[in-house]
Write a protein that binds this ligand. Structure first.
Ligand SMILES: Nc1ncnc2c1ncn2[C@@H]1O[C@H](COP(=O)(O)OP(=O)(O)O)[C@@H](O)[C@H]1O
Ligand SMILES: [Mg+2]
Length: 252
């Protein structure tokens, strides 16, 4: 299996911007510390960890949104993603900021242009995705009228608009009702069946156990363990990821 992502000994400390704290020698927050793992093509790989464990920091380093202090990162065999590479990558940020006065349809068209999706295909593609996510009746509404969960669905819609080869989802279930969560699981599995590699961060463990191939436990910036969760679930039907996770986090 080819690796789509490979990270080796990646460390990141957020710099202290406050000059007085700097003088006093107060250290910045540790984002991640010496993290290494690889994600294979077509895999669903999930990072789990408590709030502040380093999930978002890891993802941002892989995407090149933050430069780590140390370590090596390769995505699609490249040291840095640039330009057209992003046409095959989808990304749902942990927090999305959209212009409130924009209509949903216009936002989606804007993303379509960023991804270089041909004009002739775009409308149909947008309709299909909005339909799937139950947003189609709202496509001419301005985003200021959307609830938190609806905005999260908008984030998911833009992330999958380009049929990504590699999809990053940072807390995809955040703010979603149980039905919407089921829908997101369905979408993730459908993309996997088409060969998409999916990397997602979460602290909602039930969802992970049901869909991930492998799970990385991260705690205080450090990688604790990578579990072959598919295999474990097949071999031990009484395995509870939640209990295992709590035990591991307690030990580390
Ligand atoms: N922009 C930032 N500036 C300073 N510290 C940050 C910043 N973003 C994250 N951190 C710190 O890095 C650590 C890891 O955060 P994060 O990667 O966001 O965790 P997670 O996504 O697992 O909740 C935390 O201690 C957090 O406070
Ligand atoms: Mg996070």
């Amino acid at each position: 299996m080819n690796n789509v992502i490979s990270i080796k000994n990646v460390s990141l400390t957020y710099k202290e911007r406050d000059i007085f704290k700097k003088i006093k020698g107060v250290n910045g927050n540790i984002g991640v510390k010496n993290v290494s793992f690889a994600v294979g093509e077509g895999e669903i790989f999930s990072i789990i960890g408590l709030n502040g464990a380093g999930k978002t920091s890891t993802l941002k380093c892989i995407l090149g949104l933050i430069k780590p202090d140390e370590g090596e990162i390769e995505v699609f065999g490249k040291k840095e993603l640039k330009g057209v590479d992003f046409e095959k990558v989808g990304y749902l940020p942990e927090i999305s900021y959209y212009p409130k006065s924009m209509k949903l349809m216009d936002l989606m068209k804007y993303y379509g242009e960023l991804y270089n999706i041909p004009r002739g295909e775009l409308d149909e593609k947008i309709d299909k995705i909005l339909n799937k996510l139950g947003l189609i009746s709202r496509k001419n509404d301005r985003l200021e009228k959307f609830s938190k969960g609806m905005l999260q669905k908008v984030g998911i819609a833009q992330a999958i608009l380009n049929n990504p080869k590699l999809l990053f989802l940072d807390e995809p279930m955040s703010g979603l009702d149980p039905l919407a969560r089921e829908l997101v699981i369905e979408i993730i599995l459908e993309l996997k069946s088409k060969g998409t590699t999916i990397f997602f961060n979460t602290h909602i463990l039930e969802d992970v156990a049901s869909i991930a191939d492998r799970v990385a436990i991260i705690n205080k910036g450090k990688l604790v363990e990578v579990l072959d969760i598919k295999k474990i679930m097949l071999e031990q039907d009484d395995f509870l990821l939640k209990n295992y996770f709590i035990k591991k986090v307690g030990e580390n």
